[in-house]
Design a protein around this ligand. Structure first.
Ligand SMILES: [Zn+2]
Ligand SMILES: [Zn+2]
Length: 345
């Protein structure tokens, strides 16, 4: 089979690999129908994720068809269409019992990280019963790819951790796919204002069509001054960090109002200055963590009923064997006006 293989920092290739086989009775082999590229994959390719070693097939999102199941898989059979969760959960360990699947002792984020991932013709999914979701016959599978990672991540790490409530003012720093996923799913809680902050006018324009009430281009405008003006000097109830660099986290520290929340989603590679000299007295909370994908079934229902339309996040479509071109487009997102790219078998 063909797969996208990481060969050390800056090196990847679409090459022939051995088709995966069932290793444990709880495994399933899934034939990939659609997959996508995540910002995390770009981090991996830069060499930022040392757990990923030379020869690894990357990718942790996708939908497919069950090709084979292990003896103890009972929820799925050959031919079933499934959504692959970016988080693998055994369903049995202490963390899984607490629904902290991201820290599953035998799983967590392993796909395209410590085991081979989804940017391939076939993938082995461990603990298939608790790590895959059945797709009904008439569902839009392109939209569902957004449920593997970005929608639950934006929702759980941004909206839920940020405790967004009706009437709140929310600032989202970063209008990439994850920030947009937070923007789409924040609507469940009817915040009064959502201020989207980014340096890319194209993305800010898109954010407006996804019901951002205000947009700020932080390259040309003073984001802090503008947010303070919009909030009568109070700051926001929730500041969602969806970039993962010091300057954007520190911006959230400046934007959060008294009693507010900073919800970090970004993958940080550098330390960030925590300004406790100003924040200590402001009754704020700061949250950070991996997605547990506990909200996936709820989000799934809302996509099926068209209450939530994550297809809006897809800007580019490629065939799976055009994946190198798809990476080039995604790596040059501003130039290509790209948000999410979809790769189809
Ligand atoms: Zn991802
Ligand atoms: Zn577990």
């Amino acid at each position: 089979m063909k797969a996208l293989v990481y060969h050390g920092p800056g090196k990847k290739s679409w090459e022939e690999k051995i088709k995966p086989v069932i290793k444990e009775p709880t495994d399933a082999i899934v034939k990939i129908l659609k997959t996508t590229i995540c910002g995390t994959d770009l981090h991996i390719l830069k060499g930022d994720v040392p757990a990923v070693t030379d020869g690894r097939i990357i990718g942790h999102e996708g939908v497919g068809i069950i090709d084979e199941v292990g003896n103890s898989v009972s929820n799925f059979k050959k031919g079933d269409h499934v959504l692959i969760s970016c988080i693998t959960s055994c369903g049995k360990c202490e963390y899984c019992k607490k629904a902290i699947y991201s820290h599953c002792e035998r799983g967590g984020w392993i796909l395209g990280n410590t085991i081979d991932g989804t940017q391939a013709e076939y993938v082995r999914i461990p603990y298939a019963d608790s790590s895959l979701y059945p797709i009904p016959a008439d569902a839009d599978e392109e939209a569902l790819v957004m449920l593997s990672d970005i929608l639950p991540t934006g929702f759980e790490c941004g909206v839920l951790n940020g405790k967004v409530k009706p009437g709140d003012t929310v600032a989202i720093v970063g209008a990439g796919p994850i920030g947009m996923a937070a923007l789409l799913t924040a609507q469940f809680y009817s915040p009064a204002e959502i201020i989207m902050i980014d340096k890319d006018d194209y993305r800010l324009g898109l954010a407006k069509t996804f019901w951002a009430t205000h947009t700020i281009n932080s390259a040309t405008e003073n984001a802090v001054e503008k947010v303070m003006k919009l909030t009568n000097g109070k700051g926001v109830d929730t500041a969602i960090e969806a970039v993962g660099i010091p300057v954007t986290f520190e911006l959230c520290e400046e934007l959060v109002g008294a009693g507010g929340h900073i919800a970090n989603i970004g993958v940080h590679g550098k330390s960030v200055v925590l300004h406790l000299e100003t924040l200590w007295s402001r009754n704020i909370t700061i949250t950070a963590g991996l997605v547990d994908t506990v909200s996936t079934p709820m989000l799934f229902k809302n996509v099926l009923s068209h209450k939530l339309d994550p297809k809006k996040l897809i800007t580019h479509r490629f065939k799976m064997d055009q994946i190198i071109e798809a990476y080039d487009t995604f790596e040059h997102a501003a130039r290509e006006k790209a948000l999410k790219v979809i790769l189809t078998k």
